[in-house]
Design a protein around this ligand. Sequence first.
Ligand SMILES: Cc1ncc(COP(=O)(O)O)c(C=O)c1O
Length: 315
Amino acid sequence: MNTSNYKLSANNAHLKYTDLLPYKEESKTTQEFLQKIIDILIDFVKATNDRNEKILDFHHPHDMLKLLDLKIPEKGYNLQQLINDCATTLKYQVKTGHPRFFNQLSCGLDIVSMVGEWLTATANTNMFTYEIAPVFILMENVVMTHMREIIGSNWINGDSILAPGGSISNLYAFLAARHKMFPNYKEKGIATIQGQLVMFTSDQSHYSVKSCASVCGLGTDNCLMVPSDLQGRMIPAELERLILDRKAKGHIPFFVCCTSGTTVLGSFDPINEIADICQKYGLWLHVDAAWGGGLLLSKKYRHPRLSGIERYALY
Ligand SMILES: Cc1ncc(COP(=O)(O)O)c(C=O)c1O
């Protein structure tokens, strides 16, 4: 991205943020500034979808630092410099939506979703109450209800929450499971649990699952990593063995995390067999579907146990 493609008119180039709305609005400065930024974004979208473009203009960090001016200035830069910096930022960005980009996890750039991000950033709101974001709050309700409908008809009147990512979703699931088993924990704290809580996840699961044990006071020794088979799927017999082992020690197994689409191999743990074990021993079953969730919920592949499991959390 050549910064010379994004020149502001001579009247506006030297101006600063204090010459934009809401401070001032003279000779359509704000409009011209925003238009140049949009040009940069659209050019990046086009380059991302162009097979002849490089996926990445790679430089080692010490060379990259020479190409950029990252020092934090005492005085604000002028508008032209801000535009140039935006173009430079995208010039060296990995084009994760490029047709030849094959790394795991990232997928193509969805233009409609991107517009959604622009829309919410422009609205500059939060999701506290209906008063501050009437349309977004209603939208949220509709989306959540639909998600519960997909999981199963007995969930329609339930409750759910949108999460900002997979790690937080795993933490929410952990907290929900502990609350279900020990509803007084919220008020009384740790004293309400008479024993050592233990959780289980496969040795292929995302590290955020284990970190729940650390941040919630279990200790990582009490997050048991269940061995997986050669295809990276949790071995149910190993799960049961470990549950029984900990029960024999007087511990309290309470939570199992299945992964539907493991981070590295994309393996799906056998939910049915694991659900049977959870039901047998009264454990909460969570499915971390951070990147395989679409497949798990799609009509074609919808998992038969999704609406049958009593306590179930899905990201
Ligand atoms: C299976 C799985 N769970 C959880 C996460 C964490 O997601 P996030 O980075 O959104 O917190 C990832 C991220 O790669 C993942 O692959």
